[in-house]
Ligand binder design. Structure first.
Ligand code: SAM
Length: 271
């Protein structure tokens, strides 16, 4: 494809994949099939897009950079639709041909990857799976277990809703321009509530956010205003523990107890 004189834009997190082996590995992991509906976030110059088009799947491209979107405008048709929009505010659920059927793919702009993932998780009922290239450190945090330094809000909220499967690690040299950090591809599969289902997803989001804002504190202090010591101990959880030692299932139980105790939902918690 002719890229014109487009120069990579830092503000849009543009690090274009150039390593053909990495591109082939990602496409193999996605394994797109005819009849599927796939949303690609940030097609850029098409490193992944060409392979997705070749699969015969129905493809929706969401691209914020008008100059890059222009590369795709002329190629739109029944199986290729272009949305010149900000993925952070895009309604992905509307693309799902049926609930839980949408597939999402993206070499994500790293500067917005965490809010973007929370935005997608809020629409996870529409989504079958997601394959993302991210900073390796973000994939490590998503996949981390309790008691490790990487375990935090992102780990709990992603693992609550999704199976997390690291797929491959990618060095900076696979991109142009090379990013300063190492990258990794992860597969997220929603719909697996392996850790229980919270009575109030909003309470869970609020409680987890509050717990990790104060991660150096004991649980008793970190959850003040939501659950008192006795309420925590009644669940068989030691109020002296630190938030990062709790399992996702324990967070779900704490959330249900806070909900039952009538703790007020005071904050918006989906970002
Ligand atoms: N997919 C291409 C590749 O692998 O070479 C480009 C990846 S580049 C890391 C990120 C892409 O996301 C760029 O095309 C960029 O313009 C686009 N992008 C950045 N912010 C975006 C946003 N908020 N909404 C949609 N696209 C965005």
């Amino acid at each position: 494809m002719d890229h014109g004189d487009h120069r990579p834009r830092k503000r849009f997190g543009q690090n274009f994949l150039t390593d053909q082996r990495v591109i082939a590995d990602i496409l193999r992991a996605v394994h797109a099939r005819p009849g599927e509906t796939i949303a690609e976030i940030g097609p850029g110059r098409g490193a992944l897009t060409e392979g997705l088009i070749a699969s015969g799947a129905s493809l929706h491209l969401i691209e914020i950079d008008r100059d890059l979107a222009a590369l795709w405008r002329a190629r739109t048709g029944p199986l290729l639709q272009l949305h010149e929009q900000d993925a952070l505010h895009f309604g992905f659920a509307a693309l799902a041909p049926e609930p839980g059927a949408l597939r999402v793919v993206g070499n994500l702009p790293y500067n917005i990857s965490t809010p973007l993932i929370f935005h997608l998780l809020s629409q996870s009922a529409a989504i079958r799976d997601m394959h993302f290239m991210l900073q390796r450190e973000v994939v490590d945090r998503m996949a981390a277990g309790p008691g490790t330094g990487d375990f935090g809000r992102l780990s709990v909220m992603v693992q609550y809703q999704c199976r997390v499967e690291p797929v491959l690690e990618v060095p900076p040299g696979a991109f142009f321009p090379p990013p300063k950090v190492h990258s990794a591809v992860v597969r997220l599969v929603p719909g697996h509530h392996d850790h229980g289902v919270a009575q109030s997803p909003r309470m869970l989001a609020l409680l987890v956010r509050q717990a990790f804002t104060q991660r150096r504190k004991t649980l008793r202090n970190a959850l003040s205003g939501l659950l008192d010591s006795a309420g925590i101990a009644a669940l068989g959880i030691d109020p002296q523990r630190r938030p990062e030692t709790l399992s996702v299932a324990e967070f779900v139980r704490l959330s249900d107890a806070a909900d039952a105790a009538g703790a007020a939902l005071t904050a918006e918690s989906d970002d």
